[in-house]
Design a binder for this molecule. Sequence first.
Ligand SMILES: Nc1ncnc2c1ncn2[C@@H]1O[C@H](COP(=O)(O)OP(=O)(O)OP(=O)(O)O)[C@@H](O)[C@H]1O
Ligand SMILES: [Mg+2]
Length: 273
Amino acid sequence: MEAVPHGRAPGMRCGPGDDNTVLQLLNVESAYGPIKAIRGVSLKVRQGEIATVLGSNGAGKTTILKTISGIIDPRKGSIEFEGRSITAQDPAHIVQQGLSHVPEGREVFPLLSVRDNLLMGAYTRSDRDGVARDMETVYAYFPILRERATQHAGLLSGGQQQMLAISRAIMAAPRLILLDEPSLGLSPKLTREIFEIVVRINRERGTTILLVEQNANMALNASDYGYVLENGRIVMEDTCERLREKEDIKEFYLGLKDEGVRGERRWKKKTWR
Ligand SMILES: Nc1ncnc2c1ncn2[C@@H]1O[C@H](COP(=O)(O)OP(=O)(O)OP(=O)(O)O)[C@@H](O)[C@H]1O
Ligand SMILES: [Mg+2]
């Protein structure tokens, strides 16, 4: 059973209509040459919540995150972070605004030590005491990173690299983290461990998180509010509590039946490279 303890106090849950939006996408469209990957995506992430975008292989999840963090410029639409436009801005500038992106497939620097990878995450910061404190915090979340601090990051396992990628994002002291499929290629046990820490980072540091996942079970258990993305469009949104109860989500995304509503299973098995 894949489940993370949730236990968020009801008062902390952010409902739709609250005026505490930190990230807002309006009608965002992004393409790779002639291929439209996302088609008019609108979504909100509220202060202090974990929001999730669920979608199967190729739905456009990674494209949404790359468009937010400035790696891809949208063809249409607008993106606001904390009330200011970040549409099509330079990725380095967006990180400096307080928004960090943990990319799909981790992308750690393999020939740098674990410690230097972490320091790379903090390169825009000048508060040395804060950096040292956050280094201790990530070592407390992931003690294995302290043990491996001087080793090349390329020698870490896939799960440890995921821990490092999340930790590197924390080192920038962001107010919002974009997290792209942390479960990719990991065992259920490791996935569970990583999700537990993601929830702790959200609760203990107050960091708002936008998580994209194919693993709907883990994502819906860890998150407050969810969007379902199909073929580049949002087709459903609700609190995760309610999404977990919806029949088509149960059948199609939570794997409670062998066959989804469309009579096929679209899960893709991806492996860590
Ligand atoms: N570099 C690229 N060049 C051309 N097409 C691309 C590129 N990257 C993604 N696409 C296409 O854009 C669409 C959305 O891809 P995206 O990677 O955003 O999906 P995803 O939901 O993240 O999928 P996955 O679960 O496999 O990570 C897909 O049709 C994909 O084939
Ligand atoms: Mg992806």
